[in-house]
Design a protein around this ligand. Structure first.
Ligand code: PGA
Length: 259
């Protein structure tokens, strides 16, 4: 996807029934203006994906899985594979902190999920970020380095343009305790430096890097103004139509400023 486009992802997490998700998508479709310079992605509960895929106008919104299993098929009770999501979603979140810390997704799971997404034509959104404890110990950059290295271990430079990286400090997710733009600048700079080191400047510069963690309509513009931030991963605020549509407008405004 063109690097001059902003990417805004709304992660609805384990909220809304299928019926309510469908109603809410309808509300959003009336509120949110489509802009060529902003790609808007919705990540509803897995259960609602198929219904929403029949309803959604793909020129307005793309869909994302919040999670999936990395094997394509087989005896894996309770799981949904990237292969099964083919044709339904365009994106898939991988390594979200709630997956890492609540469900204990391992580095190996995350690496394989990144590959499974690419193999099945969906763009993985690899989420990386330090916990409060790691931050207090001054380990932020080591954590980002390790999570990036392991998450991308099997991604070739030809495949890298499929991948989106989301910097999501764990302590900022769902807490209202959002990161200072200065901290985000440093983290994103470190991520880009490492991507360059791994893949070379030409390919690395094109990777979309997002910020996520307690983003609201009033903080969105500050993050979008940071050099190297190409969009936002929004949780709580994506469940409020006014708030989410304002964030999308802020993204549009930020592309106008750059033009
Ligand atoms: P939040 O969630 O915006 O509610 O902090 C962000 C996320 O989980 O990606």
């Amino acid at each position: 996807m063109a690097k001059d486009k902003k990417l805004i992802i709304g992660n609805w997490k384990m909220n809304l029934s299928v019926h309510d998700a469908s109603l809410y998508l309808h509300t959003l479709s009336e509120r949110v203006k489509s802009h060529r310079s902003v790609e808007v992605v919705i990540a509803p509960t897995t259960l609602a994906l198929q219904t929403l895929s029949l309803q959604v106008n793909l020129r307005q919104f793309k869909l994302s899985a919040q999670n999936f299993y990395w094997r394509d098929s087989g005896a894996y009770t309770g799981e949904v594979s990237a292969t099964q999501l083919r044709g339904i979603v365009s994106y898939g979140l991988v390594g979200h902190s709630e997956r890492r810390y609540v469900f204990h997704d391992t580095d190996k799971d995350i690496r394989y999920k990144v590959q499974a997404a690419i193999r099945n034509g969906m763009r993985p959104v690899l989420c990386i970020g330090e916990t409060a404890g790691e931050r207090a110990m001054g380990e932020t950059f080591d954590v980002l380095h390790d999570q990036l290295l392991t998450g991308l271990a099997n991604v070739t430079s030809d495949e890298l343009d499929q991948v989106v990286i989301a910097y999501e400090p764990v302590w900022a997710i769902g807490t209202g305790d959002n990161a200072l733009p200065g901290d985000v600048t440093q983290a994103v700079t470190a991520i880009r430096r490492q991507l360059k080191h791994l893949y070379g400047a030409k390919v690395a510069d094109d990777v979309q890097v997002l910020y996520g963690g307690s983003v609201t309509a009033s903080s969105a513009a500050d993050y979008l103004a940071i050099e190297g931030v190409d969009g936002l991963l929004v949780g709580g605020a994506s469940l409020k139509a006014d708030e989410f549509s304002t964030i999308i407008e802020k993204a549009f405004e930020s592309t106008k400023k750059k033009a």
